[in-house]
Design a protein around this ligand. Structure first.
Ligand code: PHE
Ligand code: NA
Length: 464
């Protein structure tokens, strides 16, 4: 049998470490910041159901495909796709999946850092007790004040980008692996505390109802597009982050009686998707009751998390401690995601011969400059709107709603149609053959068709 080559950038120590790293990538602002606010804007329950459906039938299968391609190729997404295209005797143009991913990475990292930097600023505020006894109106005003200061925002944006560059520059294995092992469990515990607190507020039932009662009249084409986009964004799919992490995933681990046990991709991916979904739903359950208790509207927009959470922490016993801790964790969750945004690009530059430190400076600097546009979108450029809104709105829309689904579509097509079937089956190593067939049908037919229809519709409805 042909010996499979070892990945050049190193390998995760075990299946469990891969799960932690991929969960670190998945769980982030997409769950705590984005999920609650887009749910609010799209009317609640029916949207949540739609989102869960997208995770199950589009997200999970494509995630498995992406990990599978990555592990097979063992390199940065661009070179993984080159290698697999050569193996499959098809055109090298398939490496465009990788280049498109690089572009998505820059777009997302640029605005991701800006929102993460809000959490950084809020950590500082929380520690100082700025939220103690605050009212809903005051909380909203505080957030608006922050947005109105371009220099303040630029400072924190710079700080967060530096944090990201430092870790990526040192290699993911050195720091991140250990960090996520402590931070992820802690995040779950604190989220539970917040959910518990939300349950004591008068708006709890209203919040739960909003999240879980389906009113399908609120659904429209736009909501469907948003739900699919969110499924890609929250699972870090369609731009190569998961492919890059998959490249460092072991094929076999030591099993019973000294025998090697194959590491199944599908069961691993399902665990990651479940954890990600739990954090998203938990964040919604923690935030909506507070919104309604404070007499605020559901369609708060991007500021939702930053208006509701200070309210909770300002009133609950031990709020100073919990609040500070929670924002630290949001920063960490965003951090472990931003690293995975930069990693595919950095890994590619490293393969080109640039050293790792230099590569992360290049990537960080590029995304930082682009991020300034998002910083200004909330103040100086607030009224400069085009296409779907401000510069920030356009970055978010273009990457999340167009580029990630398109990237995911190409990944699905490659895994389902282009690659040799026996290769895919062997790499996936699924225990159940019928389930494998379900995966194959979803990746070959369902996901591509769904994504094409939606992207065409969303481009048409936005620009026509
Ligand atoms: N999944 C991350 C989140 O939910 C965002 C992300 C997208 C990270 C794409 C990497 C790649 O916050
Ligand atoms: Na996520």
């Amino acid at each position: 049998m042909k010996q499979e080559s070892k990945p050049v950038h190193g390998m995760w120590a075990s299946r469990w470490v891969f799960i932690l790293a991929a969960t670190g990538s998945a769980v982030g602002l997409g769950n705590i910041w984005r999920f609650p606010y887009i749910t609010g804007e799209n009317g609640g329950g029916a949207f949540v159901l739609l989102y869960l459906l997208c995770i199950a039938v589009v997200g999970v299968p494509i995630m498995a495909a992406e990990v599978m391609l990555g592990r097979k190729g063992g390199m940065s997404p661009i070179n993984t796709m080159r290698k697999l295209a050569a193996e499959s005797k098809v055109t090298q143009r398939w490496s465009w999946i990788g280049y498109m991913g690089v572009l998505s990475a820059f777009l997302i990292l640029s605005f991701y850092s800006v929102v993460a930097s809000w959490a950084l600023y809020y950590t500082w505020e929380a520690v100082q007790g700025a939220f103690q006894g605050i009212t809903a109106a005051q909380s909203g005003a505080r957030f608006d004040d922050m947005l109105a200061s371009p220099w303040l925002m630029m400072g924190y944006h710079t700080l967060f980008m530096l944090l990201t560059m430092v870790v990526v520059g040192r290699g993911v294995k050195g720091g991140l692996e250990k960090a996520v092992q402590i931070l992820m469990p802690l995040l779950f515990v604190l989220l539970l505390v917040l959910v518990g607190y939300a349950a004591t507020t008068p708006g709890f039932m209203q919040g739960i109802e909003f999240l879980f009662a389906f009113d399908f009249s609120k659904l429209n084409g736009q909501a469907v597009i948003t739900a699919v986009g969110q499924a890609f964004f929250t699972l870090s799919l369609g731009m190569g982050a998961i492919m890059a992490y998959g490249a460092y995933m072991p094929r076999q681990v030591p099993g019973k009686a000294g025998k090697k046990k194959p590491v199944s991709i599908m069961s691993t991916v399902i665990i990651i998707a479940l954890l990600d979904t739990l954090v998203a739903l938990g964040s919604g359950v923690a935030m909506f009751p507070l919104l309604f208790s404070g007499g605020l509207e559901a369609g708060q927009g991007p500021g939702m998390m930053f208006v509701t959470l200070p309210l909770a922490f300002g009133q609950m016993p031990g709020g100073l401690l919990f609040g500070s801790l929670f924002f630290v964790l949001v920063v960490c969750a965003a951090w472990s995601s931003s690293i995975s945004l930069a990693e595919p690009v950095v890994a590619w530059l490293v393969e080109k011969g640039v050293n790792r430190a230099m590569s992360s400076v290049i990537v960080g600097l590029g995304a930082w400059v682009l991020g300034l546009g998002s910083v200004l979108s909330f103040n100086i450029w607030k009224d400069k709107t085009f296409l779907v809104g401000t510069f920030f709105d356009n970055m978010e829309f273009l990457s999340t709603t167009i580029m990630l689904p398109l990237g995911g579509l190409l990944i699905a097509v490659f895994a389902g149609w282009v690659m040799k079937e026996t290769h895919a089956r062997k790499e996936l190593a699924m225990k159940s053959f019928p389930l494998y067939l379900v995966w194959r049908a979803l990746v070959r037919i369902f996901s591509p068709v769904a994504v094409i229809v939606l992207v065409v519709y969303s481009v048409w409805s936005t620009f026509a």
